[in-house]
Ligand binder design. Structure first.
Ligand SMILES: Nc1ncnc2c1ncn2[C@@H]1O[C@H](COP(=O)(O)OP(=O)(O)OP(=O)(O)O)[C@@H](O)[C@H]1O
Ligand SMILES: [Mg+2]
Length: 256
């Protein structure tokens, strides 16, 4: 059974960037087999990974629906979907990639949460690590009622408004009855040290349910790569954000 890592947090706090740096570290340290899942219907994880976007599970499901009872080879619909999902994984030398769904494509729909959950639980058994980039908020995760997550990174930037959402996310995690085995707070885009933050912000940080596991510094190199549209997995190993993500993974026991 693979180790499942996932991110959560308010919109625009750095979830996709941190996901790509986690993936870079798992690749660099030879953690194989590795599966990356884009579970954000508006996301672009494939772009930060520099890979082609495969046919999404949402599209596969829609194709299966259109077939009606006419499933090829006498397969059950579930078997057919599993087969199609497996066949449509984007495979690179470093990882396999799965996109859950995109609402805007012709004939493609957002994934129903129960299908996402089933796909994830079936696939995770084949991988050493599974990394999931989620959409903003948390409700989607709480609806996926049986999926297990070993480490959930709750990302926030150091602004009081973003920090206050962490408490709500912790509450939701509590209501999820132990399916999230470990939850960690990660502060992203931190300029300077925590002591440089305004007093009111430092007070918000002190009031967090647990102290932050990691501080990911503001990284000019990451911003420049984003502006140039370069895949973040290609960031150099001396990137300050990458170094912090590497330390964070070590903290939770990922060998590196
Ligand atoms: N460590 C960092 N230093 C500087 N800028 C960063 C850092 N991490 C992320 N950013 C910038 O913040 C912006 C949002 O990042 P990202 O897309 O990763 O957030 P997100 O939480 O995935 O957003 P969404 O909720 O829209 O999916 C991007 O422009 C990115 O370049
Ligand atoms: Mg994102």
């Amino acid at each position: 059974m693979g180790v499942t890592l996932a991110v959560a947090g308010k919109g625009g706090v750095g979830k996709t960037s941190i996901t790509s740096l986690i993936i870079k570290n798992l690749i660099d340290t030879g953690q194989r087999p590795l599966l990356a899942i884009d579970a954000d219907s508006n996301s672009n994880l494939h772009e930060v990974l520099g890979i082609h976007e495969p046919k999404s599970v949402g599209c596969i499901r829609e194709d299966a629906r259109k077939l009606g009872e006419d499933v090829p080879g006498g397969m059950t619909k579930d078997r057919f979907m599993d087969y199609q999902i497996q066949a449509n994984l984007e495979e690179t030398k470093d990882l396999d990639f799965l996109s859950m769904g995109r609402p805007e494509g012709p004939g493609c729909y957002c994934m129903a949460n129960n299908i996402l959950r089933d796909v994830i639980s079936k696939l995770t058994t084949n991988y050493k690590f599974v990394v999931i980039d989620n959409e903003a908020g948390m409700e989607h995760l709480s609806r996926r009622t049986e999926e297990e997550v070993d480490h959930l990174f709750i990302i926030s930037d150091p602004s009081p408004r973003s920090l206050r959402t962490i408490g709500r996310i912790f509450q939701l995690v509590d209501e999820m009855e132990g399916r999230i085995h470990n939850q960690h707070i990660v502060l992203s885009r931190v300029q300077g040290s925590l002591d440089d933050l305004p007093l009111s912000t430092r007070k918000e940080i002190e009031a967090l349910p647990v102290p932050p596991l990691a501080l990911i510094p503001y990284d000019d190199q990451l911003v420049a790569m984003d502006l140039e549209g370069k895949p973040l997995v290609e960031i150099s190993s001396d990137s300050v954000a990458y170094i912090a993500v590497k330390k964070m993974l070590k903290e939770i026991g990922v060998p590196n």
